[in-house]
Design a protein around this ligand. Structure first.
Ligand code: CLF
Ligand code: SF4
Length: 518
């Protein structure tokens, strides 16, 4: 135990950092016994992940929160048809189980898809995963889906292959999934109780017949759970996506979580319903609301136990390209690809990724050292921190330009990612709007602090009034290291009596504290 040493490989150091974070996720802290000492590593070196699993997740941006800062994925929209109807989906758009409603992808043939994959892989060496996620259900289009995987695997065997499905046809395709080297499968499971399912799915099309109501939902849930068991039995990593629909399946998702955990799912991604009348979906038209950020976090927290929860999903499109949250589709339209000189440089990609791993390892070792040094004085205090970032794990966004904030929980376990908070753009055309500023402040009002690269005088004052401390002294520095450094100073202030620690929810009390300290 102890901080990673020079003998550790890059993978070990990063794995150990994830162990530290996962200890925090499970137990709220990375301490052992009464010593209160931080655990930056374990004798096994890979903590609770078998080596084989670690190899699968370490550079998959969805399966590893830490990896999503460094590695990109792309989707190819080769699967137009669907075999079920979800009340949050409008067929004019992409599969809402793995994307936002209201956006449409360019449909590709398998041959066009592989050309696009090679073009992207030659320009983005950190693109490590190819996913098929729509625009309908990939397994309702098995020929196109598996032909694409076959061609991509031949042309670029270093890419991980990933599939997202509603699960209805899954048990029929397990052999093909294994045969074509797809080692990451996402199943969207929104219920295990058919009565709840009947409120989410008006119909399914199964074995040449249309089923409705409870009967349809019963078939769907049986097939989903059967498919999950078959996949995990083959050692294929499974992620479960669930759409949180307040008043319909919100509390029920805790049971879903237990059920999929028992069947060996690796990761659970509870996503918010995005619902609006202009999407033309059944839920949008009947006024079904989505959850608030706080409701989503509370549900994710209550599901968090022995199973990893995904909190960094960006509900991306069926033709997404780039790092999660980044949109590089425009660089790879069919027209542009035709004019590109595509050179797939396998060795160059390998060298680039090795360099990324070295940087990750150095960063992980530095963070681990900070945690070990400071664990004794962290006590049981936890605070939420919002961060304005453009990516790369840095605090590098101006408050006025932030379209969203990443939210982290700081505690004795270190820095734990909690989720994204989308906000309206506050600074449009160089001037601020009162209403937008209020929206932003409301979005992060449960946070003690917001880290930004820069901030103007007005929003700074408004944040302080709202009880959120604006901090710009760590501009362009790494998020983890900076937030821990700030947290240490915060604890020193608490210990010296300069400020009183107030829990997350008590913004009104915190406001008084900050104002008097300011
Ligand atoms: Fe794509 Fe999905 Fe594979 Fe990732 S996305 S098929 S597992 S490579 Fe990722 Fe996008 Fe969220 Fe999906 S952020 S919507 S979870
Ligand atoms: Fe729409 Fe996807 Fe549901 Fe099919 S599975 S109805 S494409 S959200």
């Amino acid at each position: 135990m102890g901080a990673p040493t020079h003998r550790e490989s890059s993978s070990d150091a990063i794995a150990n950092r994830e162990i530290t974070l996962s200890i925090a996720e499970k137990k709220g802290c990375g301490t052992t016994g009464r010593s209160g000492r931080a655990r930056c590593g374990s004798p096994a070196g890979r903590g609770d992940l078998p080596a084989e699993t670690w190899q699968k997740v370490k550079n998959h941006p969805c399966y590893s929160e830490e990896a999503h800062h460094h590695y990109a994925r792309m989707h190819v929209a080769v699967a137009p048809a669907c075999n079920i109807q979800c009340n949050y989906c409008n067929r004019k758009y992409d599969c809402a189980n793995e994307s936002r409603p209201g956006v449409v992808s360019e449909r590709l043939t398998p041959e066009q898809a592989v050309r696009k994959v090679m073009a992207v892989a030659s320009k983005i060496p950190q693109m490590t995963v190819l996913g098929i996620a729509g625009p309908g259900d990939p397994l309702a289009n098995p020929e196109r889906t598996f032909k694409t995987f076959e061609l991509v695997h031949k042309a670029a065997p270093d890419l991980k292959l990933c599939l997202s499905t509603n699960g209805l046809a899954l048990p029929d395709h397990i052999d093909s999934i294994a045969k074509f080297n797809v080692d990451h499968v996402t199943i969207t499971i929104n219920m295990i109780n058919p009565e709840i399912g009947a409120k989410i799915y008006p119909w399914i099309f199964y074995k040449h017949k249309r089923y409705t109501g409870i009967e349809a939902a019963k078939i769907l849930t049986d097939r989903q759970l059967q498919g999950l068991e078959m996949l995990t039995g083959r050692g294929i990593l499974c992620k479960i996506n669930s759409v949180m629909i307040p008043g319909i399946n919100d509390q029920h998702l805790i049971k879903v979580n237990k059920s999929v955990k028992q069947r060996g799912a690796f990761l659970h991604n509870i996503m918010p319903l995005i619902s609006s009348p202009e999407h033309g979906t059944a839920f949008g038209l009947n006024g079904q609301r989505g959850p608030t950020a706080r409701e989503l976090k509370a549900l994710q927290d209550s599901c968090e136990g022995d199973m990893h929860m995904m909190r960094h999903c960006r509900q991306c499109r069926a033709d997404a390209v780039g790092l999660l949250g980044e949109d590089r589709r425009a660089e790879f339209t069919t027209e542009r690809i035709e004019q590109m000189d595509v050179k797939y440089d396998a060795e160059g990609r390998k060298a680039y990724q090795a360099k990324v791993e070295e940087e990750r390892a150095a960063k992980a070792a530095a963070e681990c050292a900070v945690l070990t040094e400071r664990a004794d004085s962290f006590g049981g205090i936890k605070v939420l921190a919002a961060v304005a970032t453009k990516g790369s794990g840095l605090i590098n966004e101006h408050f006025g330009h932030a379209k969203e904030f990443q939210v982290y929980e700081l505690s004795s376990g270190g820095v734990k990612f909690i989720g994204h908070r989308r906000v309206d753009l506050y600074c449009q055309g160089g001037y601020a709007e009162e209403g937008s500023l209020a929206t932003i402040i409301h979005a992060i009002s449960d946070c003690h602090v917001v880290f930004i690269a820069r901030i103007g005088g007005c929003p700074r004052d408004a944040l302080i009034k709202a009880g959120v401390e604006p901090v710009d002294q760590y501009a362009h520095e790494p998020i983890d290291k900076s937030t821990i450094a700030w947290f240490k100073a915060y604890l020193d202030r608490v210990n010296s009596g300069a400020i009183k620690h107030i829990e997350h929810g008590d913004a009104a009390i915190r406001r008084g504290t900050l104002n008097s300290a300011a």
